[in-house]
Design a protein around this ligand. Structure first.
Ligand code: SF4
Length: 298
């Protein structure tokens, strides 16, 4: 192992010093002017609760490996959602809804090119990518503070990367969660191994697919909530692998750290977004809840 050279001090950062305090005035390489989306349909809902919700969208799963050659990049790229199912990949909001979904089948648009470029940066300019992430988080916190709001950061808008394991040498091998200990982070994950080891400022919600009911039940039994996408309406209760729990409405906002918790967990009910999700027949969008009364949604 080479010697770790620490370049920056996290103690120099606060919302007033902004990124300049954190980086001693030396701006890191910035490839993405809009690293965090704060104006997606999901993010906008948070403002009502006085949170500025910044969501980092990458091209999901192995999308970048398939499409990067169309952009002239032929290097090796990993899968940013190693536990994605066939169903969730087909309708993932990271490639199929909002701006990302406005393109012909098999083609790219500017949004997807940018999301693929993030995956390329993550794998091929890894520490630069992590420093850029730190820079944008610092900016998000400063913006939120200036507006009298709090920042809520979702690093995996359409990926499932265990950022809690990624150390940043320039910050003394701290993770982003350690660099910003007072900032709230949220994530959805399909990796059961991430549960129970996360830092205190990262709120994790497990995500059900058509392939992981046993892990989802385990997550519930550990007291975590599990996100489920329901066709047509949210039911009052839902049963996963024989374990029945109450459902809460997850579409009010994406501030999953504000959701209630209980031993045995809650299901966080979501309705499908985008036309592909509404027509899903893979089993990812569940349709076995029609015999349960609908949840009263305000
Ligand atoms: S795991 Fe999540 S982010 Fe990844 S492809 Fe599936 S739905 Fe999309």
């Amino acid at each position: 192992m080479g010697k770790v050279i620490q370049l920056f001090e996290t103690t120099k950062f606060n919302a007033t010093t902004g990124w300049q305090g954190l980086f001693a005035g030396k701006k890191p390489t910035v490839r993405f002017s809009r690293f965090f989306s704060v104006d997606s349909a999901k993010a906008i809902k948070a403002t009502k609760y006085n949170w500025l919700n910044g969501i980092n969208y990458m091209a999901p799963a192995d999308f970048a490996s398939t499409y990067a050659p169309k952009m002239g990049f032929n290097g090796k790229l990993g899968n940013v959602c190693s536990h994605a199912s066939n169903g969730c990949k087909k309708i993932c909001l990271g490639s199929e809804s909002g701006q990302a979904g406005i393109r012909k089948e098999g083609e790219l648009n500017a949004t997807m090119r940018s999301r693929i470029n993030k995956v390329i940066a993550f794998f091929h300019h890894h520490q630069e990518y992590m420093l850029e992430m730190v820079y944008h988080i610092a900016k998000l916190i400063a913006t939120a503070t200036a507006k009298g709001m709090q920042a809520c950061v979702r690093l995996n808008g359409a990926s499932d990367i265990a950022y809690e394991k990624i150390k940043i040498p320039a910050f003394g091998n701290k993770t982003v969660f350690e660099i910003f200990p007072d900032t709230q982070f949220v994530d959805y994950t399909k990796k059961i191994a991430r549960l129970g080891k996360e830092p205190a400022n990262l709120s994790l919600t497990f995500s059900l697919s058509e392939e992981n009911a046993s892990d989802a039940k385990q997550a519930l039994l550990l007291g975590y909530n599990v996100a489920v996408i329901f066709a047509d309406f949210l039911p009052e209760t839902y049963t996963i692998d024989g374990h029945t729990v109450p459902v809460i409405n997850g579409d009010e906002h994406d501030l999953r750290h504000l959701d209630p918790r209980r031993a045995g967990g809650f299901v966080v009910g979501l309705l499908p977004k985008g036309h592909k999700a509404k027509k899903d027949e893979t089993g990812f969008v569940v349709r076995d809840h029609y015999n349960v009364p609908a949840l009263a949604v305000a």
